[in-house]
Design a protein around this ligand. Sequence first.
Ligand code: SF4
Length: 63
Amino acid sequence: MKIEIKDYCIRCGICVGLYPELFAHNFEEDCIDVLKDPDTDELKQQARDAARDCAVTAIFLEK
Ligand code: SF4
């Protein structure tokens, strides 16, 4: 599974706060970095939850 964050992400930090294994705030480039491809059932579930929780639906998942 791969995670894509769309450009219209508003950098609210919800995904970073809830799922720090997958997301980090890149302050230098003012964007959210994806730290790794979800490769376990737990991380895949976190990625699905993050996509659901994102305030502006900016997180998309590819299988
Ligand atoms: S939750 Fe969505 S809008 Fe907020 S920082 Fe993460 S990807 Fe961006």
